[in-house]
Design a protein around this ligand. Sequence first.
Ligand SMILES: NC(=O)c1ccc[n+]([C@@H]2O[C@H](COP(=O)([O-])OP(=O)(O)OC[C@H]3O[C@@H](n4cnc5c(N)ncnc54)[C@H](O)[C@@H]3O)[C@@H](O)[C@H]2O)c1
Length: 420
Amino acid sequence: MRKKVCILGLGYIGLPTAALFANNGYDVTGVDINQDVIENLNEGKIIIKEPNLDELVKKVVGQNMLKGSLTPSESDIFIICVPTPITKDKNADLKYIVKAVNDILPYLKVGDIVVLESTSPVGTTKNIVKSILEKTNLDIGNDIYLGYSPERVLPGQIIKELVSNHRVIGGINEISAEKIKNVYESFVEGEIYTTDTDTAEMVKLIENTFRDINIAFANELSLICDKLGMSAWDVIEYANKHPRVNILNPGPGVGGHCLAVDPWFIVESSKDLANIVKLARNTNDYMPTYVFNKIQKLTDKTKKNIKVCILGATYKKDIDDMRESPIVHLIDILRKNNYEVELYDPYVKNYEVLNNNIYECAKNSDFLVLGVDHTVFKDLDYKAILEVMDNNIFIDTRNFFNKDNIESIGYKYYLIGSSI
Ligand SMILES: NC(=O)c1ccc[n+]([C@@H]2O[C@H](COP(=O)([O-])OP(=O)(O)OC[C@H]3O[C@@H](n4cnc5c(N)ncnc54)[C@H](O)[C@@H]3O)[C@@H](O)[C@H]2O)c1
């Protein structure tokens, strides 16, 4: 008989994972508290944008290998992929995990496997998940196998990377880790390394923290180079000619559900030690304010209504995810300071100031601000856009355009991270 998998949380991680298990011989129930997600899924449709996911979901739903449900059901394997946001005070908000684990309690039986996939503070599996599961009076580690199996996928390449990436799986004991490894081997082609749950949780957190710190270094350079009258982009390009130097690109800040969140879980656990981690977070969080300051400096103070047209507000290029996006923060800062803002982003379906007619969006604007380097933005007609604008200031936060090309159209071009 086919093994049953029940996946709780059908977002960017849970749904592709569910579809891959279903495509590899498991009988999968996908559970979400969002009715829209479930209704669409049961029609073979998805409400997020991720390359190749729609075809795969359509296929496995059509084959009856994946179905959606608002509640969990009996299964052999339970996988939890619910959100783990931070609170206003930058502490981990684990309420979604707590609810999801409680939700599966009535369906657990001896021999079942429970896997936490949500990015979590160190100790979550061992302390929080295990203690909730203990309400069943089953022996966790012997009757129920428990572990942590984090994701390290790149949005836009999730299906490919879920299969090809190496994985680190932490078990509450060795047998749990081995059982979980065995489950993921059904579709993972990368190496699977097993360890304890605390180590696996920490590995996931420091991967994202490593990237956040490196981006913060580039962003700090961008502030320094701007002040000293040069371009951080040039400085970084030349420094990277060194065989052992590889500085990342600066930008308007760091967003997403991972890099902008996970380092805080380390800070929360080790406030007196995680100094660089915290500083990096604060540096990256400051970047939208830096972009705003640049706009403010270039603002015509004699004009009453200043309008800013923003190109792109997702947290990175060519995706639809706006969570923690620095451009969303920039929009908020601009509006709080009485700038009129309209957003053009073909990846975004709904947003307060969204106007997906680029000419209406840019009409009477003083500033055109490139927030995200979506590939499609290369093909916009910038001459026609300039014709509907009131002023000609072009701010590039990503070094996406060539200054000479943009200025030859008639704009005045400013690059974030440089004095130009
Ligand atoms: N998105 C990424 O690239 C990425 C990468 C690695 C790790 N992660 C981690 O994976 C986890 C999930 O992230 P995501 O991006 O898929 O989130 P998401 O917000 O896209 O999806 C989470 C889903 O869980 C549902 N949900 C909430 N509570 C539930 C419950 N009790 N039962 C069933 N469903 C419930 C929500 O309705 C939502 O659809 C997070 O911890 C995140 O940090 C995400």
